[in-house]
Structures are given as C-alpha cells and as structure tokens.
Design a protein around this ligand. Structure first.
Ligand SMILES: NC(=O)c1ccc[n+]([C@@H]2O[C@H](COP(=O)([O-])OP(=O)(O)OC[C@H]3O[C@@H](n4cnc5c(N)ncnc54)[C@H](OP(=O)(O)O)[C@@H]3O)[C@@H](O)[C@H]2O)c1
Length: 330
C-alpha cells in the first residue's frame, strides 16, 4: 500500500526557482526505517548549499534535513519508536521537505510532550549543532564560565540558540551579525557583546572587548568572508571551528599560518559525524531537550512559510532577511 505526499524536489542545481512541488507515493518502511507524517519541517542553510550544488548531492534531489511529526509505521528492528509517537529529527539523507517520508530511524528521536511540533522541526539540526559546538568542540583545557568566545551570525537559526546556550554555560559570547537590529536581538538572547560586522572591524572590536587578549574559541559559519580574520581574534593555542560557508567556501589554508598566529587549532566539524550512531544522537538530543524544557533555551521561530512557498523561504534566507529559525508548515 502507498500513501500520497506532496514533496519538494530539484532536477538541476541552481537558484530557488529550481524548487518544484511534486506528488509522490510513499511505501512501507524497510528494516531500520520508519514512515513519518510531518507536521512541520525545518529550513537550514545547508539546504541552500545542496540546492546550488556546492555539496555535490546526486540529482534529482529531495531537499530538507530536519522535521517533526507522528510516526505512522515502523520497520523491522526499530525498537526506540512506536506507531503514534511524536518524533523529531535532524538526519541524512535529505528529503524532509514533504508531507510524509520513509527514512532511517537512527536519528529520529521521541519528542518530549512539552516541545511542540513546530519547535521540534525548528530546533533539531540547529540545536544539535549548537550542542556539539559548545559542549564538544572546545579548545585545549576546555571552556569555563567567564571565558570569551566569538560566534559569527549570532542572530541566525544556530546563532540565537548559541546565544542562550553560551549564557547558560556562563560564557561571554561575542556575537557578530549583519545589522544593528540583529545585534540587539543577539544581546537580548544572551550574547554579552555584539559586533555589526558589516559596519565595524570585528578583529579590532574583539581585541578591545577582551583587553587585547583575544578569545579562546571562534565558531565561524560565514566562511570565506571571515575565516582569516577569525584566526586573528584568537589567543595563543585558541581553536577556530569553521563549520559553514554562508559567504562562500573557505580557500585552502597555508598551515604555517597557524604557527605564526600562535600555535592555533583549526577544525572543520559537521553534525553528521557527531550523530553517526543512535546512542550519540540520543545523548545529544537529551541534552538539547533538557536545555529547552528547562527554559534555558527558547526556540524562536521568526519565519513560517507553507511548503509550496519554499522558494520564497530560500530567497529570504539567502538575502539575510531572516532571524532565528524558519519552518515550513505541511
Ligand atoms: N557543520 C555543521 O554541522 C553545521 C550544522 C548546521 C549549520 N551549519 C552552518 O551554520 C550556519 C547557520 O545555519 P542556519 O541554518 O542557522 O542559517 P542562519 O544563520 O539562519 O542564516 C545564515 C546567516 O549567515 C549570515 N551571512 C553572512 N554572510 C552571508 C552571506 N554572504 N550570504 C548569506 N548569509 C550570510 C547571515 O546573517 P547576518 O546577516 O547576521 O550576517 C545569515 O542570516 C550556516 O552557515 C550553516 O551552513 C553547519
């Protein structure tokens, strides 16, 4: 038996105009899989990289890495989910921009009753990313209360979760953002300092804020525009986690630069290494759920679009018009 679903696909890489609504038939889950009926789907910047071809996914491509809904069917060998469970996920392969899908169960987690479907769809990819960045991607000796970190794009989806999470850890987070309004929002949510990196020299400001010392860690998802300057914001032995490319790919690095700038560390992490097993995924999700249900992290959904309006959602995200999280309702 099959079930119909509306879904978004691309046949070729390109702009938002490539996103097309198609009608698909969805079957039964195989071993290790579930079928989920989405209530909401999360929008992420990685969807833009996949749409443009930056990450080279095979075509035709169903987009979307994040969603929340109700489990409709469970395949053989899946023991952590049952039919009727509320659930949410960040997961490969892409394909969450749809009403229902069959997908691997490994990264799908039961959603606590206190968290809505909309919040679940908005927060799994961005929240698990913040979890692994702030808790697991630390400089030598770790981060402790009072330490300075620099976090770029602080008013975005990942960024506003990070503002709150860093504050809960007692960190002094210097957040950058592309307008004064976005900077004010990041401060409201927990950044101790902000810098409008479109109008200010963020290296000079970071030096001034930290009394000339620099920060222990930089979390940089902007990529090409910020990478080299981010290195200049670090203390000796500091860590640069370059985890995104919103402004374009980071160019090849002459590794000797890391010696010259003070025995620095650079890592290029991805969420999908961190959630490679069911156990790791659940442990990270439990931490995220605790942060949200305790009220320490609030999931701000600042934009909502219908599934069929996904092209506009992509245009707004790329034009830097969004703040916080964006969801598609299905
Ligand atoms: N490696 C991983 O595991 C992982 C996982 C999740 C997300 N990410 C990365 O984290 C970043 C944030 O993801 P998100 O989904 O929450 O997106 P987002 O932060 O809501 O949106 C991206 C933001 O990047 C900033 N930006 C700077 N230069 C830009 C440019 N040239 N074009 C467009 N935007 C620019 C904009 O904020 P301003 O206007 O304030 O500059 C924009 O709002 C993305 O780069 C994403 O790829 C990586």
């Amino acid at each position: 038996m099959t079930h119909s679903s509306r879904a978004i696909r691309i046949q070729a890489y390109g702009g938002p105009e490539q996103l097309e609504l198609v009608h698909t038939e969805v079957g039964e889950p195989g071993p290790g899989e579930i079928r989920i009926r989405h209530h909401a789907v999360g929008l992420n910047y990685i969807d833009v990289y996949q749409r443009t071809g930056l990450y080279g996914n095979p075509l035709p491509l169903a987009l979307g890495m994040e969603g929340a809904g109700v489990v409709e069917a469970v395949g053989e060998g899946v023991s952590h989910l049952q039919v009727g469970d509320r659930a949410a996920y960040a997961s490969q392969p892409p394909g969450s921009y749809c009403e229902r899908r069959v997908m691997p169960a490994k990264c799908v987690c039961k959603l606590p009753d206190a968290i809505s479907f909309d919040e679940g769809a908005a927060m799994m990819l961005k929240g698990l990313t913040t979890q692994y960045l702030l808790r697991q991607t630390q400089p030598q000796g770790g981060l402790k209360a009072g330490d300075f970190i620099l976090f770029h794009a602080a008013a975005g989806g990942v960024g506003l979760i990070a503002c709150q999470w860093a504050k809960a850890m007692g960190l002094q987070m210097i957040g950058t953002a592309g307008s004064d309004d976005k900077c004010a929002l990041a401060r409201e949510l927990g950044a101790s300092h902000t810098i409008n990196y479109r109008s200010e020299d963020f290296v000079a400001r970071v030096k001034a804020i930290t009394g000339g010392q620099g920060v222990k860690a930089v979390y940089d998802s902007v990529g090409a525009d910020t990478f080299m300057k981010s290195l200049d914001c670090l203390q000796p032995f500091g860590l640069l986690a370059t985890y995104g490319n919103a402004s374009g790919k980071v160019p090849p690095l002459d590794i000797g630069v890391l010696a010259a700038k003070g025995s620095l560390y650079v890592t290029r992490p991805t969420l999908f290494t961190h959630i490679a097993t069911r156990e790791r995924t659940q442990a990270m999700a439990d931490d995220l759920f605790a942060m949200v249900t305790s009220g320490q992290v609030k999931i701000r959904i600042d934009q909502r679009y219908k599934l069929e309006d996904v092209a506009q959602a992509h245009r707004d995200l790329e034009a830097r018009k969004t703040t916080g999280c964006t969801i598609l309702t299905v």
